[in-house]
Ligand binder design. Structure first.
Ligand code: S3P
Length: 426
């Protein structure tokens, strides 16, 4: 689907943001590990999370939709077969976390994915799992991965990248391994795995960038997923940069390992308020109000990067409307996402008139508060949902309409995106 985006005269109103992708994946995976029956409320219907549901079904779980976003998972017959062939689609989280889950079990599993996932780096999980004794077959550390599961040894591992997928993979292998498995990260990445495993009574300790786990049995408990701050980020940025905007986004996950976008917007001078904070299943949740704001450029680097890694493409759009330069550093892992997000973002934003330059580990933007972007061109999203949505937000402030080719990739994380955009612009 090629979509035309027109200049907006303002976003107004309130809505409930759809469920968090990272937490939904974990809710389905960990339910599958309980040997019991669990209900998950507010499960994401994005294609990535459906890939995870299909995988737990293939592993022997019964999955029933009780209502649109509420599922019942019966894991009493899971992991009974010797061999599995599992389709991870476009989902890096599914491939990396299931590798950790499967490597310690007496079975053989083949994990495969689409063209983009087959190019993404898997060495980062294969190395630590092999150190634990796991056996893999792969082609130069790329998917498809064949895992011959067996009993593993615990490790004390320092990850070279701050990646929640790598950390979670090792912790999930450790969950089924005698002794203590310890992971130390260079900077703290999102800690949904630790929080949900603790909620389900695993023997886990975590503080700052160190997490430790021992072999544990999970208690089947019902789970509720909060809204996705990474989806909310597109609307937060849109409201800050489109004139005459005032929106309230409800039920947003506010786990501090994910709120780098809020910190950055506040530092840039955005008019943003957090309201009605509460805790749901060990995760902070609240509402976010954003109004049109005057912004200034800043430098974004170091420990904050893993706390906003998925938001950097839309932060580039935000920075294009700020006074002065915004510099993003230490973000080279953006090149390993669903696309090379540095190269592709820079190429597409340049087309519509953003003054942006690529660097090895990020980009530099010269913002211009007074001149809107030119637009009037066709753009590509490179099969990348977050680039598609970031370009849409840029389109809202272009003088002439832009076309985004293959916009359907948005369905990977946020199939409801256009519905909410229409409501807020009605
Ligand atoms: C995720 C972790 C991040 C993020 C991805 C989801 C997760 O990836 O980019 O969208 O659910 O653990 P990395 O861990 O590779 O940084």
């Amino acid at each position: 689907m090629n979509l035309t985006v027109y200049k907006s005269s303002g976003l107004n109103g309130e809505f409930i943001i759809p469920p968090d992708k990272s937490i939904s994946h974990r809710a389905a995976m960990f339910s599958a590990l309980t040997d019991g029956i669990v209900e998950v409320d507010n499960y994401s219907l994005g294609a990535d999370c459906i890939s995870t549901l299909n995988i737990i079904k293939a592993l022997g779980c019964e999955v029933d939709f009780i209502s649109e976003n509420r599922i019942k998972i019966n894991a009493q017959n899971a992991f009974k077969k010797d061999r599995y062939n599992l389709d991870c689609g476009n989902s890096g989280t599914s491939m990396r976390l299931f590798s950790g889950i499967l490597a310690s079990r007496d079975l053989e599993a083949r994990l495969y994915g689409d063209e983009s996932l087959s190019k993404r780096p898997m060495k980062r999980i294969i190395i630590p799992l092999e150190l634990m004794g796991a056996k893999f077959k792969h082609n130069q550390y790329k998917a498809p991965l064949v895992i011959k599961g067996k009993e593993l040894f615990p490790i004390d591992y320092k990850t070279p990248v701050a990646s929640a997928q790598v950390k979670s993979c090792i912790l999930l292998a450790g969950l089924n391994t005698y002794g203590e498995t310890k992971v130390t990260e260079p900077f703290l990445s999102r800690d949904h795995t630790e929080r949900m495993l603790a909620y389900l009574d695993a023997d886990i300790e975590y503080s700052q960038n160190i997490s430790k786990i021992r072999k544990s049995v999970l208690t089947p408990k019902n789970l509720k997923v909060c809204g996705d701050i990474s989806s909310a980020a597109f609307f937060m940025v849109a409201a800050a940069i489109v004139p005459n905007s005032d929106i309230l986004i409800k039920n947003v996950g506010l786990n501090p390992t994910r709120t780098g976008i809020v910190d950055v917007m506040q530092k840039m001078g955005a008019d943003i308020e957090i309201l009605d904070k509460k805790l749901i299943c060990n995760e902070e949740v609240g509402d976010i109000r954003v109004r049109t704001s005057e912004l200034k450029g800043i430098t974004i680097e170091g420990e904050i990067i893993p706390r906003l890694i998925d938001e950097l493409p839309v932060i580039a759009v935000l920075a294009s409307q700020a006074c002065g330069s915004t510099i993003v550093k230490d973000a080279s892992d953006l090149r390993n996402k669903e696309s090379d997000r540095i190269k592709c973002l820079v190429s597409e934003l340049k087309k519509i008139g953003v003054q942006i330059e690529e660097t090895e580990d990020g980009f530099v933007i010269e913002g211009n508060v007074n001149s809107k972007l030119e637009g009037g061109c066709e753009t590509e999203c490179y099969h990348d949902h977050r680039l598609a949505m970031s370009l849409y937000i840029a389109g809202l402030i272009c003088q002439k309409p832009i076309v985004i080719n293959q916009f359907q990739w948005v369905d990977i994380s946020f199939p409801e995106f256009l519905k909410f955009m229409d409501i807020l612009q009605a």
